[in-house]
Design a protein around this ligand. Sequence first.
Ligand code: NDP
Ligand code: ZN
Length: 347
Amino acid sequence: MKTIGYAAQSENTDLVPYHFEHRELRPNDVAIEITYCGVCHSDLHTVNGDWGPQPYPLVPGHEIVGIVTSVGAEASRYKVGDRVAVGCMVDSCQECDHCHDSEEQYCRNGMTPTYGAPDRHTGEITQGGYSKHIVVREEFVLSVPDSLDMSRTAPILCAGITTYSPLRTWNVTEGSRVGVIGLGGLGHMAVKLAVAMGAEVTVISRTTNKEEQAKALGAKAILASTDEQAMQAAASSFDLIIDTVPTKHDVNLYTPLLDLDGSLVIVGQVGPLDELMSVPLVFGRRRVAGSLIGGIAETQELLDFCADHDIYPECEMIKMNEINDAFKQLASGDLAHRFVIDMSSLA
Ligand code: NDP
Ligand code: ZN
């Protein structure tokens, strides 16, 4: 299937239009015409080579929504015209215990990311959502509830699930005291979702510049990590902190904020951190953990949760040819929302 997208051709160069082909449908495949795709900081890390060498040309994008255009001979979950979504993975072994537990992101044989990875059968490199079409096996396709506005749904597929999963794993509920470090794409969804679960949410930002946005999202307060006095006053006051900072940073700044048995869950930086001090962990039975996106069943649960609670990411719509400017803004860390590409802008 011929299609067009925007691809990185090498590290640290602009994305440019790119014609390529998707595989012909296998029996359990679904072909999707993409209508919107969110712009995740992971896309930027990947095209910049922050996570190692990439198989260029590379089409990023793993917050995908669209419409089914055809289905394989044995695909039974979707039909032509259905409103569907695809997130950060498109395949896994489907045989290991983690896959059976719907934790496909932790597949013992390695899940297949939506872009930049070899297909399990043919070895061809997967290409993502900054494009007109995608072909995905039906088990990795989500259903978008009728009541959700497609143009505001895409960021749920990564920013949403990456923060929803730890909120659920750590049993956030009415009255839980939740801190969110970094009010960007992931962070703003963490705030909305935790507030919807009844938590008391504090945004922990580099400055108080994003106070207005934090409050509008439902946070009760904003704490500047650069304000030593305020940080000391907030010691031992959180049950859970979700850390979305996208670069190497000092986690020791934040661990003292946890109360007894509290956990700081890293979802942002994938790679080295500053040296971890044991003292705040030992003298407070505090924990540092990590979390990777969420499973397929949990992602469907989240789409339904957002529909039931009328929760939407804050989306700024861009055209496909505005992506390089959008990447520059994303790199600045100043956004408290998500860029979403309107794929109808791609001829
Ligand atoms: P954004 O750029 O939208 O947001 C990151 C936020 O972190 C910024 O808004 C800023 O918030 C803060 N920040 C930025 N730079 C710094 C810095 N140098 N020091 C401290 N804080 C900083 O990124 P996303 O939310 O899209 O992604 C965040 C990270 O999560 C990325 O690294 C991404 O790859 C990763 N990720 C991980 C996933 C997983 O499964 N674990 C899935 C998806 C993404 P403020 O101004 O409030 O300080
Ligand atoms: Zn992402």
